[in-house]
Structure formats: C-alpha cells, structure tokens
Ligand binder design. Sequence first.
Ligand code: MN
Length: 240
Amino acid sequence: MLVDFHNHIDLYQDYASVVSRCDNLGIYVLCVTTTPNSWNGTNKILSTSAKIKPALGFHPQLASSRIKELETFEKYLPMAKYIGEVGLDGTLENKKNLADQLKVFKHILYCVNAAGGRIMSIHSKQASQLVLDEIRNISCTPVLHWFSGDKYSLTTAIDMGCWFSVGPAMLRSKSGRERVSLMPKDKIITETDGPFAQNRNIPLYPWDINLTFEPLSQIWGTDIVETKSIIAENFRALLR
Ligand code: MN
C-alpha cells in the first residue's frame, strides 16, 4: 500500500495521466488544494478515483490576495471530508502578510471546529509555534506537513498528539531525519508534496513515496516490509 498524504495532483501539467497512473497503482492520495475556488475543478478531476481524495484548502501564501474566498471556503466545508493545505508561513517573503494569514487561518479553524472537526494537512514553515497555539483548542486531527520547527515546538506538537507527514525531500536532509527520529513512529504518514517538492530538479510524483521507505527503515531500525506495514497501519488509524 502506498500513501501520499500531501500532494497537489491538479497542479501537474499532465495531471490526467498522473491521476490514471495513481489509480492503476492503487495509491492512496490526499490531493490538497491551495484556494477554495479550485475545489470544484479538483473534484471533477478526481471524480472517477476511489483512492484519491480532495482536500479543501487555502494556502497561507495566498491568504492575503484571496481573502475574499473565505466565503467560498465556508460554502464548501460541509462537503469536504479533508482540509488542506492550510496554515501559516513565517518565511521572509510571506511574513508581511502574517496578519491576513492569521485572519484566514483563525476563521478556517473556527469553522472546522464548529463543523465538528476534520483531518487537516497543515503548513507551518517558520511559524510552527504560532500554528500550534492556534490549533491547540480546536477539535480537529492535525497532520503537520513537512514539519521544520525547532525541538521545542516539535515536543509541543507531539504532546498535543499531532500527526506528521514526511516525504523524500525532508528525509534527504540531516535535520529532517533528526526530526523524524524524534516523532512517534505511530504518528507518521508519508507524503511527497509534489509537484512543488522535487528530486534532482524533477517534481516528485505520488509513486515516489517509494523513496521514503529506505530512510524511514534506517531511522526506525526496521526492514522495508515492516516499514511499509507501519505506514499502512498508521494510515488506517489516522482515518479511523
Ligand atoms: Mn504543499
């Protein structure tokens, strides 16, 4: 079983062939989106797939320019089983929009909480502590995607029971592997973040999830078969 719990399938140039190859390979994919307005189009692309699920998203890097789409987010929320990509981005280029980002994220969390909670794929680049403070009292199942926070926020996230989605790009870096080694083995799920995340300048595809098993096995001291079964069991537990 292959699971890519954070991929932007609709953003590949050849998305139709990516969808059909995933279907043929039987890969479970969470297709996150970046704006509420893309929800309908993404659903259409995925309408024939049994294992590729859409997530209703509002990327923090677009929060400021698309703030009017919050109404659209609210409109589609009842139909959306999964939420993502949402969150906060504190990087230099995006910091200046942090007030708008917070407005959008807080409102999304308020709505999700009122709707009884959702599984959420969350971006927290250079804003991990802020994100954790916001989600702390929200009824939801947070999956921190490509978590890059410091040890203190990692410990906080673990104590809060957060899930983590980790991919080939994160596992390539020493600091990424260090973080993964500190995360509870039963709270980890695999992702690629394709087509944004790349391997040697080529976008990662959902089947590149295969690149995660060897580094995860090294970190856990498991063999590949065991590693795959841990991820499969985690995936089932996450959806329960
Ligand atoms: Mn992403």
